[in-house]
Design a protein. Structure first.
Length: 362
């Protein structure tokens, strides 16, 4: 079974992704690495002695846990040459040779946008992440993030709440959930999207694994949206990786008094696109955009709210009005009004007042 050789080679001590690919250039397949003579493996100059000793043993028990895991329902192991391996990820300089996937493999090959940010965001940051994720997922983009606390979790929740697919890239083996409090969220993602990792079954949450995880988040995606981040953070590593991969980087600005705005502002200074609404992202990515119908009504989301006013604008003013009042005045359903208000908020046309009221942005 070819998969066993892929997994065994990746388990070799002191053999990273780059050495793995150098070995493939010489031996063509992982299987041939093991079938080669001891002299051939030594003379290629790639392997340390401890690696050579491991290759000589050819101990299949080292990967038995991975093989057993892949037998479970909805669990998959993809090698770089498998048809289901996402093409977008293949374009980065060091794609993971193997991907462990729990959930919908097909969604990995669809258009994705990464949303990342602080593990300790402001309430406004969490709201932005969730609302942008909801609107962008309805626009046809799969939301990809790292399932960390804070912005990552809010992005996944936004997509799930919209009934759309979402992808979580993990820094552990997929038999472990990190952070543990996201067990329920991980289950939702695996049934409404996919959990992904390059790490073998049993891999614990080690700090060095997360920067490696981040290159997959950006690598799967057409672009990366940074919501809130400090200057020195894992989020900024993800943004740099995206730029290095020639992917688009987007950033949401905030108050200069917010410490978590510093990372976004620095990215904007460095050339990231300043984002105020989802159109900024859709247009930059040059995607075909089909506005979703809002419920069963003929009212639809317009690409340019300023030029094509929402049906709700005539009922809104500079004094707060509740959703119930808008239902009564417009005759629209609460669902349509709620979605229209979300889109107007993202376009900075409407502000949510204290309580349940809404008013025009001054």
């Amino acid at each position: 079974m070819d998969l066993i050789y892929w997994l065994m080679l990746l388990k070799a001590p002191h053999l990273g992704v780059r050495t793995f690919y150098k070995a493939l250039k010489i031996f063509e397949t992982p299987e041939q690495v093991f079938l080669a003579s001891k002299t051939q493996r030594k003379e290629c100059g790639l392997f340390r002695q401890v690696t050579l000793d491991y290759l000589e043993q050819q101990d299949t028990s080292t990967v038995q846990a991975d093989i057993d895991w892949a037998k479970a329902e909805n669990c998959h192991i993809l090698t770089l040459i498998d048809a289901g391996y996402p093409q977008q990820l293949k374009t980065i300089s060091d794609p993971p040779p193997v991907l462990y996937v729990r959930g919908n493999v097909e969604c990995l090959s669809k258009q994705q946008l990464a949303i990342v940010g602080s593990r300790n965001p402001t309430p406004g940051g969490k709201q932005n992440a969730q609302q942008f994720a909801e609107a962008l997922s309805k626009a046809g983009l799969i939301i990809t993030s790292g399932m960390a606390s804070g912005i990552d979790a809010s992005a996944h929740i936004g997509a799930l709440g919209a009934g759309q697919l979402t992808v979580a890239v993990c820094g552990t083996g997929l038999d472990r959930i990190y952070p543990a409090k996201h067990k329920s969220l991980a289950h939702q993602i695996s049934t409404q999207g996919a959990l992904v990792s390059e790490f073998a079954i049993g891999t614990a949450p080690v700090a060095n694994n997360f920067p490696r995880r981040n290159r997959i988040i950006s690598g799967l995606s057409l672009g990366t949206l940074v919501v809130e981040a400090s200057i020195k953070s894992g989020t900024m590593i993800t943004a740099k990786l995206a730029a290095d991969q020639c992917k688009e980087v987007f950033a949401i600005p905030s108050s200069i008094h917010n410490p978590l705005s510093q990372g976004c502002h620095q990215l904007i200074k460095q050339g990231a696109k300043l984002v105020e609404n989802i159109e900024d992202i859709i247009e930059e990515l040059s995607l075909d955009f089909e506005p979703p119908l809002l419920g069963g009504n003929t009212a639809i989301y317009t690409k340019d709210v300023d030029n094509t006013p929402s049906v709700l604008l005539k009922y809104l003013g500079y004094e707060a009005i509740s959703i119930d009042e808008m239902v009564e005045k417009s005759g629209l359903s609460p669902q349509i009004i709620t979605q229209e208000l979300l889109l107007l908020e993202l376009s900075n046309r409407v502000t949510k007042a204290s309580g349940s009221g809404y008013l025009l942005t001054k």
